[in-house]
Design a protein around this ligand. Structure first.
Ligand SMILES: [Zn+2]
Length: 348
């Protein structure tokens, strides 16, 4: 067990914030590497002083340290376990250390057995024991988050991605974890700085996934240390923008080209769908540009079942180069529209 943080700074347990700060400043000046060049002991002491001050200068952390000693960083977990334990009616036995009493916990497996009365006995079992084991060297692996960029078609069908996760936190000994040796990429770890082997995890992305969908795969994160449980793996989905479809939630919008004659007289156009199959859409006579037709249930799959809608937006298409015949027809159309008085007003 590391030495007590208060004694590192040479202050009493009930020292005021000011006393702690003053003690830190005095010691930091005394052991600063600039004042003690090449003195490894001083450097170690300096680090120790800094670490102690980092904890004790923060009121919240100091409180946790007072209560849980070296396990102060696990204070929230311990509190949570206590709450869960209390909710199960198991009580929380054998732990002294009222806030501020300065008593520290020793997470020792032998003590645990004495306290718990054996494995899995009543309320003082599994999860609790696991936590103490953790305190005694068992460490839960870290959570890992990875990003999956998928296409809209993949989001429609659902897909899978293989994620490579480090099994542990072993630092590469060749480069010391920097991933670089003399400015070049470390060959031993391929620049990752880690020597832990990779495991490949296949993650299923369900149909209808959106940008921002976060998929949790429990227990498939980094492996734990000393028999501790693995962390969780999170896959953050990012759906790439599509060239044709615009997505709003579960609905899709798509522009469809309608020849001006079909819009005027009525006709049928093909509407692409995310399934890949185009659908026939009847366009009534007199359809205006920008009009939107709703194709119910032809959008993206919804998370809770069913599908969103597909909205087809009309884009009127005029011939770019008129044939002689088309020119004549448009001339007659213009003459007829200005006679009818409902033309666009750009007469001759
Ligand atoms: Zn390396």
């Amino acid at each position: 067990m590391a030495s007590d943080l208060y004694s590192v700074l040479g202050v009493k347990r009930d020292a005021s914030e000011k006393e702690i700060r003053q003690a830190f400043r005095r010691l930091a000046r005394q052991y600063h590497p600039d004042v003690n060049p090449g003195n490894a002991d001083a450097e170690a002491r300096f680090k120790e002083i800094n670490a102690a001050y980092e904890v004790l200068s923060d009121a919240d952390n100091r409180k946790k340290y007072d209560q849980y000693g070296d396990q102060w960083q696990h204070a929230d977990q311990i509190e949570e376990m206590r709450r869960q334990q209390a909710a199960r009616g198991g009580g929380f036995r054998g732990f002294g250390g009222a806030p501020g009493s300065g008593q520290t916990f020793e997470f020792d497996l032998n003590d645990l057995h004495d306290l718990g009365g054996g494995h899995g006995g009543g309320g003082f079992g599994g999860a609790f024991e696991q936590m103490f084991r953790r305190g005694a060297g068992r460490q839960r692996g870290r959570d890992v988050e990875s990003v999956a960029r998928i296409t809209l078609e993949e989001a429609y069908q659902g897909t899978t991605r293989t994620v490579e996760v480090r099994e542990g936190q072993e630092t590469c000994r060749i480069c010391g974890g920097s991933g670089q040796i003399a400015g070049a990429t470390c060959h031993a770890c391929r620049g990752t700085g880690s020597a832990a082997p990779l495991k490949r995890i296949e993650v299923t992305i369900p149909p209808g996934a959106q940008s921002g969908t976060r998929i949790r795969v429990p227990g498939r994160g980094e492996s734990g240390a000393n028999g501790g449980p693995s962390g969780d793996l999170y896959l953050l989905v990012e759906v790439r923008p599509h060239a044709r479809f615009e997505r709003k939630g579960d609905d899709l919008f798509v522009d469809v080209d309608v020849p001006v004659a079909d819009a005027a007289l009525g006709g049928e156009v093909r509407v692409p769908t995310p399934k890949g199959r185009a659908l026939a859409l009847k366009v009534p006579a007199g359809t205006q540009g920008g009009k939107t037709f709703r194709l119910a249930g032809q959008g993206m799959p919804r998370a809770r079942g069913g599908f969103g809608d597909l909205h087809a937006r009309v884009r009127l298409v005029l011939p770019e180069h008129l044939t002689e015949e088309q020119r004549e027809l448009f001339e007659r159309l213009r003459a007829s529209t200005s006679r009818a008085g409902d033309g666009a007003g750009v007469g001759r």
